[in-house]
Design a protein around this ligand. Structure first.
Ligand SMILES: [Zn+2]
Length: 317
């Protein structure tokens, strides 16, 4: 198995998950345009942050994940640190520091690691104008003498169905590519036992159920976890599954689903699907299409738990 990939839809209630530039008293929603129509989105950077925080909240007692310093640099020790291993880094290492790959101490300088976990931005699939409103809130300040005064701030909020996804480059979890000077070829060197490497990937899948650290939750409490999800354990590293889900109105495009999943299936050991009732209008049709493709359809939580079990039982050769 080289890659674990997932794509999902999440329907939100009224919220503002990721603000744009805005102005002093106006908090907008980040938007992109398609054929001149605006749709909301949540940046990939924000999505990575949600994943990291969900993993941090669910660390086991013996697990460690560093917090970036004031320069935004992390520890860079992939054997010790769950975050640096899964999400990569750009950091400077002090001369002599012992980190994986440098048993006699690093010569000092900048090191980078490409993130084995890649996440997509969350793309709103329904037009923003037709699914939003501008609300206002008051920011109260206490002045001398205890007098309260407030500014009115306008906030764009909307409901939508977002498409999101991730790909875990499983072959690189717990390892790093090293150039063999003798043969001038690249080889993966692992610094963790197979069971720990699996556990790192497990953390990412598990966090899907517990994503929660979005901005503005004090007033706009939102559930942004998957409502319709497809997870694939692939023998090839590929992002193809990201194209499996597309809406036409409030219905899922089953022809698209069929074509993409047939493609992904040809190099996948296992595909798992989950769906929450009434997320898309043609739920019945979606379920029968998935069943026809030999993919069992469960509730979303059951699908995620099934994926975790599959990974737990998986034997790394
Ligand atoms: Zn770290």
């Amino acid at each position: 198995m080289k890659c674990i990939s997932a794509v999902w839809l999440s329907r939100t209630d009224l919220t503002n998950l990721n603000s744009g530039e805005g102005e002093a008293n106006f908090i907008d929603v980040k938007k992109y345009k398609r054929n001149g129509v605006e749709f909301p989105y949540v940046s990939g950077q924000a999505m990575r942050y949600y994943f990291k925080e969900a993993i941090r909240r669910n660390l086991d007692r013996e697990e460690y994940m560093c917090v970036p310093n004031e320069k935004g640099e992390t520890c860079g020790d992939i054997s010790k640190c769950v975050g640096c291993d899964l999400f990569g880094f750009m950091t400077t290492i002090k001369k002599g520091t012992i980190i994986p790959g440098y048993p006699n101490g690093h010569p000092g300088g900048a090191i980078t690691r490409v993130s084995p976990v890649k996440v997509s931005p969350a793309i709103g699939l329904l037009p923003f104008d037709e699914n939003s409103v501008v609300d206002f809130l008051t920011r109260r300040h206490r002045f001398e003498g205890g007098k309260m005064e407030g500014d009115i701030v306008n906030v764009e909020i909307g409901t939508n169905i977002y498409k999101c996804g991730f790909a875990i480059d499983f072959a690189r979890v717990g390892g790093e590519e090293r150039v063999d000077e003798k043969t001038r070829s690249v080889k993966l060197e692992y610094y963790l036992q197979p069971e720990i490497r699996k556990k790192r990937a497990y953390k990412v899948i598990e966090s899907l159920r517990f994503l929660s650290d979005y901005s503005k939750q004090a007033r706009l409490l939102t559930d942004f976890t998957p409502d319709l999800i497809i997870i694939a354990f692939q023998n090839k590293y590929s992002h193809r599954i990201q194209k499996a889900l597309d809406l036409s109105g409030n219905s899922l495009d089953v022809n698209r689903l069929d074509a993409v999943l047939k493609d992904v299936k040809s190099y996948s050991e296992k595909i798992i699907a989950g769906i929450l009732p009434r997320v898309v209008e043609n739920e019945k049709e979606v379920k029968s299409k998935l069943t026809e493709l030999g993919i069992e359809v469960k509730r979303t939580d059951e699908a995620i738990e099934d994926a975790l079990k599959y990974l737990k039982d998986y034997k790394i050769q």
